[in-house]
Design a protein. Structure first.
Length: 238
């Protein structure tokens, strides 16, 4: 449409010039042909460029893992990532069901809205990662690090967080029913408005953690467990 408008305007201008002097006929014809051919080449280039971009979107999920890589909306169900660097990687809206991340650097990575039910994040670094709105029930996060990670609004029920380092982590509005944080470090963590029914905080460091409006008990779901934890008023001693 853009080039059609240019051609129409050029024809109107040429018509006025030809009425004044017939010698303008050939010049105008050549000018119009140049504009038409230029528009055709440009549009063909843009069309081919779009095909190239489409192919790259389809192929990028098969690329080797590396920092800053774009893995958005990729399906990695059942895949294993071992001893790789995915720092700053973008895995937003990816399918990570039963996926294994073993000794993987995911610091500053974006996993927002990903599905990671029964996934394994073992000995991995998720510091400063964007983990908002994860659907990650029954996942194993043993011995992983979540310093300053944002897990806002996630479904993390029945998660295994044993021996995790979660200083300054944000878990606000997350559903943590039946998750196990035994021996974890949740110093300065934000647990506001979380669902903590039947959560296990045995020997967990909860120093200066925030629990405003958190739900610790519900008859049908059971009470949170605070045996021998430290730094919180609900902690009990044997």
């Amino acid at each position: 449409m853009y080039y059609q408008n240019i051609v129409i305007k050029k024809i109107e201008k040429c018509d006025a010039l030809i009425n004044r002097n017939s010698k303008w006929i050939i010049i105008c014809l050549i000018t119009i042909l140049i504009i038409i051919s230029s528009g055709f080449v440009t549009q063909k280039f843009l069309f081919n460029k779009n095909i190239i971009n489409l192919n790259s979107v389809e192929d990028r999920c098969n690329l080797e893992p590396s920092p800053n890589i774009d893995f958005r909306r990729c399906n990695f169900q059942g895949k294993e990532f071992v001893n790789v660097d995915l720092s700053y990687a973008n895995l937003e809206n990816s399918i990570l069901l039963n996926t294994k991340f073993i000794n993987v650097d995911l610091s500053y990575a974006n996993l927002e809205k990903s599905q990671c039910g029964k996934a394994v994040f073992l000995n991995s670094d998720l510091s400063f990662a964007n983990l908002k709105y994860l659907k990650c029930d029954d996942a194993n996060f043993n011995n992983s690090t979540f310093h300053n990670a944002d897990l806002t609004g996630g479904n993390l029920q029945s998660g295994d967080f044993l021996h995790t380092e979660m200083q300054n982590a944000i878990l606000e509005n997350s559903f943590l029913y039946k998750s196990d944080f035994s021996f974890a470090n949740l110093t300065l963590a934000n647990l506001k408005s979380t669902h903590l029914q039947s959560v296990n905080f045995t020997k967990t460091d909860l120093t200066l953690a925030e629990f405003d409006n958190a739900k610790f008990s519900l008859k049908e779901l059971g009470d949170a467990i605070f045996d021998n934890c430290v730094g919180f008023v609900k902690c009990t001693k044997e």
